[in-house]
Design a protein around this ligand. Structure first.
Ligand code: UD1
Ligand code: MG
Length: 426
């Protein structure tokens, strides 16, 4: 990993052996999702994006589920008995031994940490030649967290857990996030010395800080600016909270880039979405990962734009419209009550209200291609695979099963007959 133009070996250890009982789940807590991505996958992606040379995940409870999600993108070590955070890191010993560089510690259930924050942590650690650099935060209510003990000079001396803290220590507002950057060799040396002689009978990783200090090794900290970054998921309410925080963070990014969002509380834009300037998003719109939307579009309210969609410029996608794996050309209107799946629509077309692609035959998905300047009447069923040429027109209420060539009109519906009503006998 390259940091400040210097090459340093970085290994990231993701702690993911905990039980997560408060989640009240039959699944591993770590495979629950924020938007469409599992908590532990988000953490693995943070580790990757910071430039880790190697990622090791400590798994235990329901390990198969975590392994299913992460596959062979990371290495695994097993912690069968949960004897504490220090014990968890010890399980990764074989990946640390003989290496020179930095070890980052992340929690599998702390999923919305910013890559930049982690980069700053590693970079400070290298620059200041610290053997341990902690990510800390200032909490008005620090209950439950490990407290950061500093001396008069502000140097970090130790971390004291809530359950071991005296009343004075409990008043300290600087807390340990549990995210660290360690010197690999000195981490190993200190790990060998930690003992479970505390109120919980656990091997505390936090003891490493005290041990390093006793050995005269320099330690330090970075205080996180945005406290929401270090939030963890222990129960469903926290899962909702973190989803909300991420939602507001993503929406704010889009607004910064020139997108109008009418109600950021009611707009659900997943990760890795691209939206052009002057596009307006109306409420209750969901836009899934990887979607691209051009400039000056109008989206929603109540639009659902799913995976694999690419929308051009000046497009209108209106209310109760669902799009999946669909391309929409510039200036095309898809205004209301429409489902397009596996579809390509050209430019300057108009898709009538109630139009749907019948893209699935029960076994396979089929494609619908609609040309430029077409006019699709209301309530049209497009039975895929089917191709509609440029400048074609489809009469309202048609069920289209055959291709329509360019400049042709297709009509496929029963002819109406009007029958005289019988008069009621008086
Ligand atoms: C830990 C820190 C505390 C910090 C807090 C931040 C220690 C001793 N204390 O507290 O200073 O303020 O995190 O949230 O480290 N895990 C394992 N195996 C274990 C134990 C834990 O994999 O044997 C994993 C858990 O799944 C979790 C993480 O490590 O992801 C932290 O464990 P948790 O029990 O929540 O930490 P705390 O004791 O609350
Ligand atoms: Mg604990």
């Amino acid at each position: 990993m390259k940091i400040d133009d210097k090459e340093s070996y970085v290994i990231t250890i993701i702690m993911a052996a905990g039980k997560g009982s408060r989640m009240k789940t039959q699944k591993s807590k770590l495979v629950h999702k924020i938007y469409d991505k599992e908590l532990v996958k988000r953490v693995a992606e943070i580790a990757k994006s910071v430039g880790s040379d190697e990622i090791v995940t400590v798994v235990g409870h329901l390990r198969e589920q975590v392994q299913d999600v992460l596959g062979d993108s990371v290495k695994y070590v097993y912690q069968d008995e949960l004897l504490g955070t220090g014990h968890a890191v010890m399980q990764a010993k074989k990946y640390l031994e003989g290496k020179k560089g930095k070890a980052i510690i992340l929690y599998g259930d702390v999923p919305i940490l910013r890559t930049q924050t982690l980069k700053n942590l590693v970079s400070k650690s290298i620059k200041n030649k610290e053997y341990a650099t902690l990510l800390t935060a200032i909490y008005e209510n620090p209950t439950g967290y490990g407290r950061i003990i500093r001396d008069e000079g502000g140097n970090i001396k130790a971390i004291v857990e809530e359950k071991d803290a005296d009343p004075l220590q409990k008043k300290i507002k600087e807390i340990n996030s549990g995210i660290y950057c360690f010197d690999i060799e000195e981490l190993l040396n200190s790990l060998d010395e930690i003992k479970p002689d505390n109120s919980q009978g656990e091997y505390y990783l936090t003891d490493v800080i005290r041990i390093m200090n006793e050995r005269g090794l320099k330690t330090g900290a970075v205080i996180v600016e945005d406290n929401t970054e270090i939030l963890g998921v222990n129960d469903r309410a926290q899962l909702e909270l973190l989803t909300r925080v991420l939602r507001m963070r993503i929406n704010a990014e889009h607004m910064k880039k020139g997108v109008t969002i009418e109600d950021a509380n009611a707009t659900y834009i997943y990760d890795d979405v691209n939206i052009g300037v002057d596009t307006v998003i109306h409420p209750n719109t969901t836009i899934k990962s990887g979607v691209t939307i051009g400039d000056n579009c109008e989206i929603g309210p109540n639009a659902y734009i799913r995976e694999g969609c690419k929308i051009g410029n000046n497009v209108k996608v209106g209310n109760f419209v669902e799009l999946k794996k669909t391309k929409v050309g510039d200036r095309t209107k898809v205004p209301h009550f429409i489902y397009l799946g596996d579809c390509e629509v050209g430019e300057d077309s108009n898709i009538g209200c109630g139009t749907i692609t019948c893209n699935y035959d029960g076994k396979h998905k089929h494609k619908t291609v609609i040309g430029n300047r077409t006019f699709i009447g209301s309530n049209v069923n497009l039975v895929a695979p089917v191709t509609i040429g440029d400048d074609a027109l489809i009469a309202a209420g048609s069920t289209i099963t055959d291709d329509i060539p360019s400049d042709f009109m297709g009509i496929a519906r029963e002819r109406q007959i009007n029958k005289k009503r019988k008069k009621k006998e008086e």
